[in-house]
Design a protein around this ligand. Structure first.
Ligand code: HEC
Ligand code: HEC
Ligand code: HEC
Ligand code: HEC
Ligand code: HEC
Length: 263
């Protein structure tokens, strides 16, 4: 066999490094970091391309701000539903809340706090790039501002990401319908209600004074909110820890549910 020359060796190792680099970059959503997760709105095109699709997200469906945190947070001029919140909030009217004859707490007529923060993308009424304070420089407004709505046409992600969408199936866009929560919260676990006291309902574990259970499940000002169960920064996409999608603790053996419920 012919021995490789120094130059050939060098080229070989450079190519090897390049391949490793590309593979590492294509690894989506590692546990423990928001970077490259589905909540990294600067990375969705690369995720799409890694799966053999097209990059139809940042720069095309919405503004590419080139910064992960800015789609949700701002250092100045924030609103108080969640820490340093940077998003335009949905109107609180028009929600259907969970109803049941057996609930012991009062479920309010509209969501509040952190839940409203999540719904500013997930109810599909506000564009994903509708922020209060965009970065000063480094971005272009293409005039296209898609919402995470199941609508099948117009400025809606559902145009590609629902089975009925007008561009459905384009390069195999995944069906994201279940992630478009909409304003109908009647079919979702209740949110924005106070956690029951023992007198109201003895079938609940008493939360620690901090409102944060040892496994990370937490209350916000004494209430159950979307982020009680989900940590928007911490994916586990391969479900190696039983925490997909973005859950604070494993749902295996109903650990998540039994943090609060005694059943
Ligand atoms: C998709 C929206 C979203 C993005 C993007 C996002 N966050 Fe958050 N962040 C939230 C929400 C909602 C909360 C409140 C719920 C909570 O505490 O987990 C929060 C809370 C926080 C908190 C306070 C609570 C804590 O966990 O310590 C910090 C600090 C924070 N985010 C930092 C960041 C940084 C830094 C980035 C960018 C690398 C970032 N976030 C990106 C939604 C987001
Ligand atoms: C800036 C917009 C934005 C905000 C704010 C936001 N999300 Fe998301 N979320 C997304 C996008 C985009 C996806 C990916 C949708 C898809 O798969 O097409 C997503 C997906 C998810 C998923 C599914 C993840 C998976 O692996 O499929 C969960 C769970 C989730 N979000 C929960 C939340 C919660 C809880 C909050 C508030 C604490 C929140 N999100 C706030 C944009 C947002
Ligand atoms: C023109 C069609 C089109 C539009 C519009 C579109 N997407 Fe996509 N998207 C795709 C294709 C194709 C892929 C790659 C295949 C896949 O994973 O779905 C993709 C991939 C993604 C992924 C990565 C999925 C993964 O598992 O890695 C997310 C998240 C996503 N899109 C969210 C959105 C959001 C949020 C919007 C609206 C703001 C949107 N898309 C608008 C076509 C589209
Ligand atoms: C009581 C805990 C809890 C609360 C509160 C909660 N979720 Fe979830 N959520 C879950 C669990 C568990 C799953 C995973 C379901 C599964 O694996 O089928 C999930 C799944 C999701 C998904 C992905 C849909 C899917 O089936 O893949 C999204 C998006 C989401 N939640 C957003 C939200 C938003 C937004 C709120 C607030 C309005 C919220 N969640 C409140 C526990 C909760
Ligand atoms: C953070 C605490 C918490 C977690 C975690 C949690 N729940 Fe709940 N859940 C509540 C509270 C509080 C209520 C309202 C109970 C009431 O007022 O009677 C509730 C209500 C419910 C109800 C409606 C009860 C009724 O009478 O209609 C069901 C069903 C339910 N939860 C199932 C689940 C499941 C399944 C999980 C796991 C995926 C889960 N919960 C996780 C706190 C939690």
């Amino acid at each position: 066999m012919k021995h490789l020359t120094f130059i050939e060796n060098l080229i070989f190792y450079i190519l090897l490094l390049l391949v490793l680099f590309l593979i590492l970059r294509a690894i989506p959503g590692e546990s423990g970091t928001i970077f490259r997760s589905k909540h990294d709105l600067t990375y969705l095109n690369e995720r799409a391309i890694a799966k053999g699709g097209v990059g139809a997200m940042e720069g095309i469906s919405y503004i590419d701000y080139g910064e992960v945190c800015v789609y949700c947070h701002t250092p100045h001029g924030a609103i108080s539903v969640a820490p340093l919140w940077n998003r335009v909030l949905p109107s609180t009217s028009g929600y259907s809340m969970y109803k049941s004859s057996t609930v012991d707490t009062n479920i309010p007529s509209s969501p509040d706090g952190v839940s409203l923060a999540c719904l500013s993308c997930h109810d599909g009424t506000v564009a994903v790039d509708s922020v209060l304070n965009p970065p000063n420089t480094g971005w272009i407004d293409t005039g296209v501002h898609y919402r995470m709505s199941p609508e099948t046409s117009g400025q809606s992600c559902g145009k590609c990401h629902t089975p009925q969408g007008e561009l459905a199936g384009l390069y195999g866009a995944h069906d994201a319908t279940v992630k478009y929560i909409t304003k109908n919260l009647a079919d979702d676990h209740p949110v924005s209600m106070n956690y029951p006291t023992v007198l109201q309902d003895p079938k609940f574990n008493t939360p620690p004074g901090t409102g944060v259970f040892v496994n990370g499940i937490r209350l916000f000002d004494g209430k159950v909110q979307c982020a009680s169960c989900h940590d928007p920064h911490n994916p586990d996409e391969q479900n190696l820890e039983g925490r997909a999608p973005f859950l604070r603790t494993s749902k295996n053996y109903s650990n998540l549910c039994m943090t609060c419920h005694i059943k």
